[in-house]
Design a protein around this ligand. Structure first.
Ligand SMILES: C[S@@+](CC[C@H](N)C(=O)[O-])C[C@H]1O[C@@H](n2cnc3c(N)ncnc32)[C@H](O)[C@@H]1O
Ligand code: SF4
Length: 363
């Protein structure tokens, strides 16, 4: 069943009205919203907390070294458990699922999970990857039913890129992955660039020049204070407005209207028609008011905010024998109680609060 946009509220509605029939509820219930009136529309599923990169802003080597204790296999949700939860979320209004991690392509047979999720009606199914294994996997992912892919690539300068991924991984291999995604028609391919002051900001324009006119959508992301291991400082953030101004000075831009309520990126297009870029300004222009995202960690905890300290354990529920109605009712209760708006409350003081790591919760 596909959903359409309600012009007045900007929320999506299913054909036939706003009421949803949920397992566990005797009669149709009003569309599920949280305490701030936000529906649940997107689910990010982390399939592993492991990664073959050690990006300095995400999994610094000093913390994620040889002795780091990653989740043991038995603690990871199985593909069947992920599918059950995904179906429950879809029943509550989720229309888009992003598979992420850690690095999702290091989870063995991830394309099998893609095939299982692709069977859920009306879902936009996508995946975020560092691209290292994408050249080998792109066609299999497409064949399994993946709609499109986002590749993270922080610099085209090989030396800077190797320093940022901190495992000496060459930029050419990621570019090969992007080419493979294009060849497999995992489109539109998006490329995420996290900008950190003094590290890769000189690469903003070369990136824009390189990807303009290719159909690939570049998205620049403000460096965020996720987790507590990356030593984040506000001074390290290059504001989105500065990124747009730098590009606009050479390649004139104009704003594009958001495609739907809650779209994460502010979109801009080149005035000469050669494509578009996005900027994700969660630090300088927080968008909590429109946040419709839930996150599922690899061990089955649901987090209602990227900056949450605690998740809600759905794996215990599944492994304790709960039926589908109970699982759905439990997720609905969690969402209904949601009040998070961390980015709007962010300050120098909140930077030091304990938070879960991005590699665990999924970006
Ligand atoms: C956590 S990664 C997981 C998927 C995959 N490993 C990848 O890198 O694309 C998802 C996204 O989060 C971004 N990210 C990680 N740490 C970040 C931070 N501190 N601030 C902003 N974005 C971050 C990454 O660059 C990536 O685009
Ligand atoms: S951003 Fe992605 S590739 Fe980089 S360390 Fe984090 S999970 Fe790995």
């Amino acid at each position: 069943m596909s959903a359409t946009e309600d012009a007045a509220s900007g929320r999506s509605v299913r054909p036939g009205g706003t009421a949803l029939c949920l397992p566990g509820y005797a009669s149709p219930v009003e569309r599920l919203t949280d305490t701030l009136g936000r529906p649940v529309r997107d689910l990010r599923v982390s399939v592993t907390d492991r990664c073959n990169f050690r990006c300095v802003y995400c999994m610094p080597k000093e913390v994620f070294g040889r002795d780091y204790l990653f989740l043991p296999r038995a603690e990871l949700l199985t593909f069947e458990e992920i599918e059950r939860l995904a179906r429950a979320f879809a029943g509550l209004g989720v229309e888009k699922i992003r598979i992420t991690g850690g690095e999702p392509l290091v989870r063995r047979d991830v394309e099998t999970l893609v095939a299982m999720l692709a069977r859920i009606d009306g879902l936009d199914l996508t995946l975020t990857t560092n691209g290292a294994l994408l050249a080998a996997k792109a066609q299999a992912l497409k064949d399994a039913g993946l709609s499109r892919v986002t590749v993270s690539l922080d610099s085209l300068d090989d030396q800077i890129f190797r320093a940022m991924n901190d495992v000496d991984f060459p930029v050419t291999r990621v570019l090969e992955g992007i080419d493979a995604a294009l060849a497999a028609r995992l489109e539109p391919v998006k490329v995420n660039v996290v900008v950190k002051r003094g590290l890769n900001e000189d690469g903003i324009l070369p990136m824009a020049r390189h990807f303009r006119g290719t159909g690939i959508v570049l998205r620049f992301i403000e460096y965020m204070d996720v987790g507590h291991t990356n030593g984040w400082r506000l001074d390290d953030v290059v504001p989105a407005a500065e990124i747009v101004a730098a590009i606009d000075a050479e390649l004139p831009l104009e704003p594009v209207e958001p495609a739907y309520r809650g779209e994460v990126a502010n979109r801009w297009r080149y005035r000469d028609g050669s494509g578009e870029i996005g900027v994700i300004s969660s630090v300088t222009q927080p968008f909590c008011g429109d946040c419709t995202r839930a996150r599922l960690s690899a061990d089955g905890k649901v987090y209602t905010c990227l900056f949450a300290v605690q998740g809600h354990d759905l794996r215990a529920l599944l492994r304790g024998g709960a039926d589908d109605a109970e699982v759905t009712a439990s997720i609905a209760d969690i969402w209904r109680a949601r009040a998070d708006r961390y980015s709007e409350l962010r300050s120098a003081a909140t930077a030091d609060l304990p938070k879960v790591e991005m590699s665990y919760i999924g970006g």
